[in-house]
Design a protein around this ligand. Structure first.
Ligand SMILES: O=C(O)CCC(=O)C(=O)O
Ligand SMILES: [Fe+2]
Length: 269
């Protein structure tokens, strides 16, 4: 098993030199209580409302990105991966508009912005361990592989995670390989078998996450989501992801076509 992440920082409106240094060396940071319990509950309520709406409307894609469908503990249908969620709910929009998130932009550099309309926009992942559940873990990967796959060039990007459930390290959850954001292209391609490999790495780091915490990782960092050791309610894990990107602004729109990457991804998972 990996070690616990030793560094937890508070998020104020600007980052300290120590935080920036830790990020440069390790490729990730963990901040406690970005959202207070009331804000977490509002986000969960918004997510549930949006889910009801999208299921009722029979939506399968948002801005060309496929929704991942699954089943809850009681057998009812749920959405396990939302895309562009902030564009469809004002409470989720408010999270992306929180001025404290701006403090994180400096980690990417000049021209950095929150990708509300780009990539997959605000993603929400909903993992739950039920017998036969298809989405209770995620194999080793980097987020930047998409760029390599789509265009051959990696554009710098970061991913902010806003965690909506408690997830101590012994309940599974996010695992990262510190420092791997600095690897060469070969390392990014071949260190692990993309999405197929789930085994713990000796050097991986996990997090004792409380609902409301925020993590941020470099898109080139190797990471995975470990499966909860229990089934049912205790295994539920909901996380909002927001990309930080730079470079040419390339927003998607409701009629955007499905990227090839997502078509293949649906096949291998
Ligand atoms: O759920 C998480 O914490 C990580 C998800 C992830 O790595 C991804 O969706 O690319
Ligand atoms: Fe990822």
């Amino acid at each position: 098993m990996g070690t616990k992440s030793p560094d937890i920082f508070g998020l104020s409106e600007s980052l300290t030199a120590a935080q920036k240094l830790f990020f440069a060396q390790n490729g990730f940071l963990h901040f406690q209580q970005f959202l207070n319990p009331l804000m977490v509950q509002q986000a969960l309520d918004a997510m549930a409302e949006l889910e009801r709406e999208w299921l009722q409307q029979g939506k399968t894609h948002i801005y060309g990105v496929p929704l991942r469908m699954g089943f809850d503990i009681d057998g009812s249908p749920i959405i396990q991966r939302f895309a562009f969620a902030s564009l469809y709910h004002e409470k989720l929009q408010a999270i992306i508009a929180d001025p404290r998130l701006k403090a994180l932009l400096c980690l990417l550099g000049p021209g950095a912005r929150l990708g509300e309309r780009e990539k997959d926009g605000m993603v929400i992942n909903h993992y739950v361990n039920v017998p036969g559940s298809g989405f209770c873990r995620l194999g080793w990967h980097t987020d930047s592989i998409r760029d390599l796959f789509l265009g051959g060039k990696v554009f710098p990007m970061l991913n902010i995670g806003i965690h909506l459930d408690d997830c101590p390290m012994n309940m599974g959850g996010l695992r990262v390989l510190p420092g791997t954001h600095e690897q060469n292209t070969l390392g990014m391609l071949f260190r692990k078998r993309y999405f197929l490999q789930h085994k713990a790495d000796r050097k991986e780091v996990g997090f004792d996450v409380r609902a409301g915490d925020l993590t941020i990782h470099d898109g080139r960092l190797w990471h995975r989501v470990a499966q909860a050791p229990t089934v049912g309610e205790a295994s539920r894990r909901r996380v909002i992801y927001i990309p930080i990107i730079s470079g040419k602004y390339s927003p998607k729109h409701p009629e955007s076509t499905t990227p090839l990457y997502h078509k293949l991804h649906t096949l291998i998972k």
